[in-house]
Design a protein around this ligand. Sequence first.
Ligand SMILES: O=C(O)C(=O)C[C@]1(C(=O)O)C=C[C@@H](O)C=C1
Length: 114
Amino acid sequence: MTSESTPSTMPQEIHALRASIDNIDAALVHLLAERFKLTRQVGQFKAVGNMPPADPTRDAQQIDRLTRIAESSGLDPDFAVQFRQFIVSEVIRQHELIARRHAGEEIPELDTYA
Ligand SMILES: O=C(O)C(=O)C[C@]1(C(=O)O)C=C[C@@H](O)C=C1
């Protein structure tokens, strides 16, 4: 840590902002954990129904919706779509593992890790 960034010399405003940033980061992690709990359930239903992990129609609906939400909230829509894609890539990976597990492969249950 450089002397410019040591806590003692940091403006109080930055400390306050960082506290709120930390709260938001925590909320994001909690929200993501809850989202993955739901998508793992979707993955289980898809595996049982022999459905593919990805659903391009649903993808298009989500991208359209998130683009509109990003535009109206001042977030770069491209960033919002990329962020969604980052998350959904992990969802697809998990769906694939769930399907392999459903097919009889010995893969640990995806309950506590991504
Ligand atoms: O809704 C689904 O069918 C899902 O599998 C969930 C989800 C998502 O994470 O939102 C993931 C992959 C699909 O391509 C679309 C959506």
